[in-house]
Design a protein around this ligand. Structure first.
Ligand code: CP3
Length: 352
């Protein structure tokens, strides 16, 4: 029984039967937790927190002490790769991530090197080793990276605040240069995930947060193939091929079939999809992770429980569901509502 509990998340990723639906939450370690805010203040800045393996380990474990979650996720960020490439990551209060040296020209792209994860990013595998040591094999640990497209959105100085005009101009005006950037990023992501696996993560997730802003044709052009390249590289490597993978494209519901055919173990879906439709569309190919609207965590306990029941019912009594939010947890979420959510998933998903 103990083994099943430890492996609930990994079994669900492989679409094996489980005693109840596993749950973890995107951004489960973060600003909604007062203990996170305290550790972050001690670290001085978000990047200092990421770069200190002991503190990164501390915040990784914080949500697991409060809630009965079924997986831990490495505390880090997707933008560590562009930072290691020399772009100079920093966060401006209320404006999100920014780079001191965003990419402006084709020459800037041509000058980029692929960071060595054990050198420029050594703090990331070091954090994984520290967390693994502290966690033992009590729970699985998830490693992650951003999709090349999503990283490129930030590197080219764009983001939701610019309406993605910058990266889309590159896509229409200088597609070859953009493809070069995406290829360099895909290579960087492969080495980065391999280093995380070597250091001890049990599963990996690709965050394609901005894939959904592309047209259907351009998603197949600029986002999915580079995610696929990462997945295929891991699958071709004997030391890494046993590690399950999750691909989350926010707003990717329209292309769920092609995401499912990319070679991943699971697809993450946002809250805009109905899980019954999602399951029918991907059939038996992959597991599905999702998809409570993060805003539901501002509702009453009764409403949260009702929503959990509906999502579990939509998916139905099949193997291969990992309960999660449809995107990262909101900063102002009341922590006690997360207890309601986790307990509801445990209670309503028990298999007889
Ligand atoms: O999930 C976890 O608990 C693990 C840690 C994690 C963080 N970021 C910590 C973080 C993970 C998996 C990420 C991924 C990430 N980072 C994504 C993809 C997922 C998503 O949410 O779409 C993206 C797009 C980023 C880039 C990024 N980093 C943004 C947009 C922000 C928020 C900026 C802001 O000020 O609102 C960050 C910073 C960040 N990453 C925080 C955390 C806990 C908050 C920073 C802080 O403490 O001030």
């Amino acid at each position: 029984m103990r083994q099943i509990e430890q492996d609930r998340f990994l079994r669900a990723l492989r679409r094996l039967p489980v005693d109840r639906t596993p749950i973890w939450l995107m951004r489960q370690a973060g600003r909604y937790l007062p203990e996170y805010r305290e550790t972050r203040a001690r670290a001085g800045s978000f990047m200092a927190l990421c770069q200190n393996p002991e503190l990164a380990c501390e915040v990784t474990l914080q949500p697991l002490e409060r809630y009965d979650l079924d997986a831990a996720i490495l505390f880090s960020d997707i933008l560590t790769i562009p930072d290691a490439m020399g772009l100079g990551l920093h966060f401006v209060e209320g404006e999100g991530p920014k780079f001191h040296h965003p990419i402006r020209t084709v020459q800037d792209i041509e000058r980029l090197g692929v960071p060595d994860p054990e050198r420029e990013l050594a703090y990331v595998p070091a954090a994984v080793r520290t967390i693994r040591q502290a966690l033992g094999h009590r729970l699985p640990l998830i490693g992650f990276c951003g999709s090349p497209w999503t990283l490129a959105v930030y590197m080219l100085g764009g983001g939701s605040h610019t309406g993605f005009a910058t990266i889309k101009s590159w896509a229409y005006q200088q597609p070859e240069a953009l493809h070069l950037l995406l290829a360099i990023l895909a290579d960087a992501c492969v080495l980065y995930l391999q280093a995380q696996i070597d250091a001890g993560v049990d599963a990996v997730m690709l965050f394609d947060t901005w894939g959904g802003v592309l047209s259907a044709r351009d998603y197949q052009h600029f986002s999915l193939p580079y995610c696929q390249r990462i997945i295929h590289a891991l699958a071709a490597s004997p030391a890494h091929q046993h590690i399950p993978s999750i691909l989350f494209t926010k707003g990717g519901g329209l292309w769920l079939e092609s995401m499912a055919q990319s070679g991943v173990s699971a697809v993450g879906v946002d809250w805009t999809m109905n899980l019954c439709d999602a399951r029918m569309r991907v059939g038996h190919q992959v597991a599905i992770q999702g998809n409570l609207d993060p805003s539901c965590l501002f509702a009453s306990p009764a409403r949260i429980e009702q929503e959990v029941q509906m999502i579990l019912q939509d998916f139905g009594d099949y193997p291969g569901h990992i309960f999660n939010l449809g995107h990262g947890i909101e900063q102002h979420t009341p922590p006690e509502n997360v207890t309601t959510l986790v307990e509801a998933v445990k209670r309503f998903s028990v298999r007889g």
